[in-house]
Design a protein around this ligand. Structure first.
Ligand code: ADP
Ligand code: ADP
Length: 226
């Protein structure tokens, strides 16, 4: 389980730019939170601060009541899926998925079992021995998700994971992400520009602009016709 709380969280980059200002949000266990807003409004920065990939300049981040500001990314039990997938090009699909378990010193047979489970869930069994360069966009996206789910993270962060896919595949992957959310015990935070994704996946939507949270509400309330 994972309850996340951001209290007055700010980010000022080294050049003095204030990318996130006084971000306050309490996220319940197993929620599926969506971040929307124009390009440059601070969505990725917020995600990266939660992941520990970016220092928090002010305020506090709590996960299950524990202050995380100074906890390193590798100690956070958080997995992140990026828009560009960030796969290791020289490794097979199997090794890409196994990598995070391997560096944590998991036993070989445990790793193989988890890789098989992930491949089964994500429809990757046929391509486990291929390299990323030999995969379609949708398959690369699935490998990126496979790498995250084998760790069974408390928190699953996704930064526009479907934006490089065509409309048909996007629809299909959206359904798969919804089913992953039901299957896993993780709390999800998901950045998107796509209104359909926001409406169908989100338990709540956070609307940002110029580093400030404008509105937080359910999809039903946000997209309700007047
Ligand atoms: P979004 O994900 O909403 O598109 P980002 O969080 O990536 O927005 O960026 C928010 C703002 O912070 C943008 O104006 C961006 O140019 C700026 N920014 C991002 N990274 C840095 C950095 N390392 N140094 C300075 N400014 C940055
Ligand atoms: P996004 O797709 O989230 O909008 P960007 O293309 O804005 O991402 O940023 C890509 C990378 O460049 C990020 O790692 C971000 O930190 C960095 N970056 C963005 N804007 C700046 C900036 N003004 N100065 C330095 N680094 C930046």
């Amino acid at each position: 389980m994972a309850e996340i709380e951001l209290k007055h969280v700010c980010k000022t980059y080294e050049n003095g730019f204030e990318a996130v200002k006084d971000f306050n949000l309490k996220i319940a266990d197993k929620e599926f939170i969506i971040f929307v807003g124009p390009s440059g409004c601070g969505k990725s920065t917020t995600l990266r601060m939660i992941a520990g990939l970016e220092d928090i300049s002010g305020g506090e981040l709590y996960i299950d009541g524990v202050k995380m500001n100074d906890v390193s990314a590798s100690d956070r039990d958080i997995a992140m899926v990026f828009q560009n997938y960030a796969l290791y090009p020289h490794m097979s699909v199997r090794k890409n998925i196994a990598y995070s378990l391997k560096i944590r010193g998991e036993k070989k047979d445990v790793i193989e079992q988890k890789v098989q489970e992930a491949a089964e869930i994500l429809g990757l069994k046929e391509v486990l021995d291929r390299k990323p360069g030999q995969l379609s966009g949708g398959q690369k996206q699935r490998v990126a998700m496979g790498r995250a789910i084998v760790r069974n993270p408390k928190v699953f962060l996704m930064d526009e994971p479907l934006s490089n896919l065509d409309a048909k595949l996007r629809g299909q992957m959206r359904v798969e992400i919804a089913s992953l959310h039901h299957r896993l015990e993780s709390t999800f935070i998901y950045v998107t520009h796509d209104q359909t994704e926001a409406m169908t996946l989100g338990t709540r939507i956070v609307v940002m602009k110029d580093g400030v949270v404008q509105q937080v509400d359910t999809p039903q309330n946000l997209f309700r016709y007047p």
